[in-house]
Design a protein around this ligand. Structure first.
Ligand code: HEC
Length: 139
């Protein structure tokens, strides 16, 4: 029994010695150089993140870009025109694309736009808000 304890103590000692002996790379100041580098978190502000999401949805999943350009009318009114009118009237694009509003820009073409509500109503509120913020940034 004693020998077992003894050998355990030796093993433990050996372990602690090898651990201590493990030399860490240090720089001139003696600071360890192999320390995990601090992760620099991009502190994008919330507004930028929302606009980025809006842009992504506008061009991607939303397919909005097929009919809406920044400043010129194509199939649909330009974003500039839409944003200007929505601002003037204090209306919400997020609500409009959730079919909770009336067409304020080009009521005659509403049916063409309405077809997209299948996509936008399946989005989350956050996504609709992001599309809203993105389009409103084109005033
Ligand atoms: C197939 C073409 C097409 C696509 C794709 C499209 N739109 Fe439109 N959009 C239109 C047309 C045409 C109008 C004009 C009718 C109207 O004003 O409702 C319009 C109008 C709008 C308006 C102004 C509505 C108003 O008050 O009159 C908003 C806001 C809008 N679209 C947002 C979007 C967003 C967001 C997407 C992507 C999810 C999108 N559109 C995709 C054709 C499209």
């Amino acid at each position: 029994m004693k020998t077992i304890l003894k050998s355990l103590a030796v093993i433990a000692l050996a372990f602690s010695l090898t651990n201590c002996g493990e030399k860490k790379e240090t720089d001139a100041m003696g600071n360890p150089t192999d320390a995990t580098p601090e992760v620099v978190v991009e502190t994008e502000n919330a507004e930028d993140a929302q606009l980025a999401l809006g842009a992504e949805l506008f061009k991607g999943k939303g397919t909005c870009i097929a009919c809406h350009k920044a400043a010129e009318k194509t199939v649909g009114p330009s974003m500039k025109e839409i944003a200007t009118i929505y601002k003037e009237k204090g209306a919400s694009i997020a609500k409009f694309i959730n079919e909770e509003g009336e067409p304020l820009v080009d009521a005659a073409q509403y049916e063409v736009m309405k077809a997209n509500f299948v996509i936008t109503k399946a989005m989350t509120q956050e996504e609709r808000d992001a599309l809203d913020a993105y389009m409103m940034s084109f005033q």
